[in-house]
Design a protein around this ligand. Sequence first.
Ligand code: ADP
Length: 353
Amino acid sequence: MIHALAEEGVAVEAAPSPASVAVEAAADDTDALAESPVKDWASPEYVKRQIDLLQEGLTQVLFDDYSVVIKTEPGDPIWGNLAMHINVAINAARNAIARAEKSEALAAMRLSLEQKNQELEAAVEQLRRRNAELDAFVHTCSHDLRTPLVSMQGMVGLIMEEFGSNLEARGQHYLGRLQANVVHLEQLIADLQQVALAGRDGSPAQPADLDQIVRYVVNELSETIEARKITFEVGELLPVLAVGAHVEQVMRNLIGNAVKYLGDTPEPRIEIGSVRRDDDVVECWVRDNGIGIDPAYHEKIFEMFQRLHDVPVEGTGIGLAIVKKVIEGAGGRVWVESALGQGATFRFTWPAV
Ligand code: ADP
């Protein structure tokens, strides 16, 4: 067996136990020595040839090539045995190097994983700080800024009441404008607060019945819908994974806008539907055949306080900012497809149930 390994250059997988090698080698050696002529394996030329063969292989090892298999003269029991032992040692070294490389790669991976973890923790901490700042901001909005405004409103009211009749028309006009601006400022602060709070009530997402939510919102608008004779078409609405109040806020804004911006289109029509886009996303749309939006403003309308149309409809320009914030907070996205005078289709995605 030992001869076969050494002579045929078979790569040795694992070192046999020293005891078994010694016993087998001894038995083989005795047989082979008895058969081979003495001059062959003992002559200086023969010995030199075997040493050269060994050296040739070992030189490769010196150059880090551990794939080498050292061979000696075929049929030689002693040198063959030695070559086999060297091959076993080379193989063991190759395995040890491979193991070291593997554990080095693992250590590098562990290190980069730890670094990523640290970066993630830092990002989470930063987010926590930002959230705390936002909470402080919201608190400032609702209390510190409101209080002096309310007092200003009271003062303006008092001035109007007590001294209004003494003021000439111009004075009354200025006072009226002051009052209107104070009311407007209060509204802006309330809007800011709404945007800051949108989608942040911390409730867990759970299966929400989109169909029921839409019917509820449409019902709220029933008076306007009837007065304007709007045809409503509600298609299949798939359930979504959401905080119910968040989807309702989105739908109230989108459907409310669809109704608000119909303009004087003769056969007003609003369609609402949904489709499952892939395994975990539902895409919903609210389509109207109203005044439409110039593509140049398709992004801008989602920013705070952006209003486009000079149409006499109520609004402060924060509805779509809230919609975007709530949808993105839930992991979805929102966009609009429209052209001026061609109606508008607002689409958004939401995690499916
Ligand atoms: P608001 O309705 O209070 O002005 P929004 O943020 O909801 O604020 O909308 C921003 C602007 O986008 C609106 O002022 C309007 O110009 C435009 N817009 C929104 N929805 C529609 C729609 N369905 N059709 C046409 N224009 C729209």
